[in-house]
Design a protein around this ligand. Structure first.
Ligand code: BGC
Length: 393
């Protein structure tokens, strides 16, 4: 009892110091010493609805910040202006225990070491463009080939590695807007692209992301968020027992370099059929390398609709992904191999996280049959994705 009191005082001090930011290392400290109920209570009392900000190091000689959004229920999402990166997403399990459900680090250094897009805003073009080339209005453009022979996630220095500019904030409103001007010819892309990504944490526990962009020359664009989810809150657990539903009757099969063949193939009778919930691990052995595929969402228009749902029975956490986009990349962390460690030193092994990246289909600039990913001058690119958390008993 005495120990609990002492540690509770230590926790209050550490909470004051961390000024509203709940991160993985705080949790480890708490988990190490505190019982579950005390942890939950302490986290809740600390949580005031709104947004806080702190300095978080520098990159390219620019000040980097970490912002923490808290909603009325004490759900918290931390986002850095370095890469527009979601560094933590703290949500309760079925017993009310709060843990981050995304891979992330407490310090900027973790990101400067270039983990594979953990939580990042990916651009100018998420996923692959075959051989780093595309032709637009009669001109051929050459991009970096940073993934074997292909271009991946915007090139050598994509939107995930630049410092964005935060817009005006209201301390009581858990909303953050980040802007970035990608100059003409940056990473080989045509046109000055003005991008704004707005993150809003709603009181129904959804992280809503609004993507906006305009350009002065026609350009491919495919912005997405690359959060790696582990709903158990602990990377010691794989995601293979999680139940997944994807509302897609078709997917885009790929060649050996992960470029879509151009077909839209029915999922029926294949390991890609998640139209009814299946455990991720049930048929993964039948998919060489694991899942890393774009699914063609069953939608008739660009309204905000449920695209995917994942449930982790042990923690009771459920994630729902809503989007206005035509596709979603389901990636099972196939290339994670334990070489990257969490702040607590735990190796991040293969299949310990999944990504659900809302998007246009990979290699669309070279596949005229796919929905166009070209933004024209005078048009406004706008789309919405929501990551909503809840629990089941
Ligand atoms: C891609 C994977 C890639 C991962 C990390 C995903 O969006 O589809 O092939 O390994 O991002 O870069």
């Amino acid at each position: 009892m005495k120990t609990v009191k002492l540690l509770a005082s230590a926790l209050v001090v550490s909470l004051l110091l961390s000024a509203c930011h709940t991160n993985t290392s705080d949790e480890t400290t708490k988990d190490d010493y505190m019982d579950e109920d005390t942890t939950t209570e302490a986290t809740t009392t600390n949580a005031t609805k709104g947004i806080t900000q702190k300095d978080w190091g520098t990159s390219d000689g620019k000040q980097v910040h970490l912002f923490t959004l808290t909603n009325a229920n004490g759900v918290q999402v931390s986002i850095s202006d370095y890469g527009g990166t979601i560094t933590s997403f703290v949500a309760p399990d079925k017993n009310g225990k709060k843990e981050s459900i995304v891979l992330g680090f407490n310090n900027l250094d973790g990101y400067l070491a270039h983990p594979p897009y953990f939580g990042a805003t990916v651009g100018r073009y998420g996923n692959r463009i075959a051989k780093g080339k595309f032709t637009l209005n009669g001109q051929t453009y050459t991009l970096a080939t940073n993934d074997g022979q292909n271009h991946l996630h915007g090139g050598n220095k994509g939107f995930d590695k630049v410092v964005w500019t935060a817009g005006n904030m209201d301390a009581n409103n858990p909303q953050l807007s980040l802007s970035y001007l990608s100059k003409d010819n940056e990473e080989g892309y045509p046109g000055n692209l003005n991008t704004t990504v707005t993150f809003t944490l709603t009181d129904d526990n959804a992280l809503r992301i609004d993507y906006h962009a305009t350009t002065d020359k026609a350009t491919p664009i495919n912005l997405t968020n690359h959060s790696y989810f582990n709903l158990s809150g602990d990377v010691s657990n794989t995601i293979l027992n999680d139940w997944l539903m994807i509302d897609a009757d078709r997917y885009t099969p790929v060649d050996s370099t992960l470029i879509p063949t151009g077909q839209l193939k029915p999922v029926t009778g294949t390991p890609f059929d998640f139209t009814t919930p299946h455990q991720i691990g049930e048929r993964i052995a039948q998919v060489p390398g694991g899942y890393d595929h774009n699914f063609v969402l069953n939608k008739k228009d660009s309204s905000l609709t449920l695209a995917a749902e994942v449930t982790d029975s042990s923690s009771g956490r459920k994630l729902q992904v809503y989007t206005t986009q035509p596709g979603i990349q389901f990636y099972t962390g196939n290339f994670l191999n334990g070489s990257i460690k969490t702040d607590e030193g735990k190796p991040i092994n293969q299949h310990t996280a999944f990504c659900l990246e809302t998007q246009h289909f990979p290699n669309s600039p070279n596949t005229p049959a796919f929905p166009t990913s070209i933004l024209q001058p005078g048009q406004t690119y706008h789309y919405v994705t929501e990551y909503k958390v809840s629990t089941i008993k």
